[in-house]
Design a protein around this ligand. Structure first.
Ligand SMILES: [Zn+2]
Length: 214
């Protein structure tokens, strides 16, 4: 866990938008720009995918990212690797300290298995990702929705190697910030999940800011 505050001033951001709880977001980020995601009220999982903006078949790779840094958690200094071994973004500031890339995104099918049959029809991150692909991109389809980052989500690995979904380690106003090392597209699903502690059983909005290269 490496806590680091940013020196960037929110009033100088080139882009600033609140993403409501359960909503999606998609944007192209140019090389050198800095993306910040703020957990406005705390304990909110932000499911996120990254793609090379010019060649979307090259996308974020959880397994390459974990192997290259020799650690399963993401924090300051983590380089987010692509499926082709290139660095898409680098985490340059982090006031939460730990982010997950093992737990995956919630889906209608997994909600049904984990919680109850009638939960199948609740909105899920996979639905949000698919909507973002359909409405805001020309080249991404459901085959491109793969292992993602869950910013602010706490999925510790036990000494026996088990995965557990635990209460969040984030809090109101904590943020993570990353610099784009290539032109990338980001897809966000601000998780609508009500049934497990990843959102404190109460999904809340997040804020997305982008600064131009400096
Ligand atoms: Zn979710």
């Amino acid at each position: 866990m490496t806590l680091k505050e940013s020196t960037l001033d929110a009033s100088r951001a080139a882009f600033d938008q609140v993403v409501d709880s359960g909503a999606g977001f998609s944007k192209r980020i140019a090389r050198g720009q800095v993306l910040r995601i703020v957990d406005l009220e705390g304990y909110q999982a932000v499911d996120t995918l990254f793609y090379d903006a010019h060649e979307p078949s090259e996308r974020y790779s959880a397994v390459d990212t974990i192997r290259e840094q020799g650690n399963v958690y993401l924090t300051t200094g983590t380089r987010l690797f692509s499926t082709e071994g290139n660095v898409l973004l680098t985490i340059v500031a982090d006031t939460c300290g730990r982010h997950d890339t093992l737990g995956g995104a919630c889906a209608a099918e997994s909600n049904q298995v984990r919680y109850a049959l009638e939960k199948k029809y609740m909105h899920a991150c996979r639905d949000t990702f698919l909507l973002q692909c359909a409405c805001h991109t020309r080249d991404l389809t459901k085959k491109d929705i793969t292992a993602n980052v869950n910013f602010f989500m706490n999925v510790p690995v036990t000494p026996e190697g088990k995965l557990t979904f635990e209460d969040g380690v984030s809090g109101p106003g904590r943020y993570v910030e990353m610099r784009a090392e290539r032109d990338v597209r980001v897809l966000i699903s601000n998780c609508p999940q009500l049934n497990n502690p990843c959102n404190g059983y109460n999904p809340t909005p997040v804020r997305v800011l982008i600064w131009d290269a400096h």
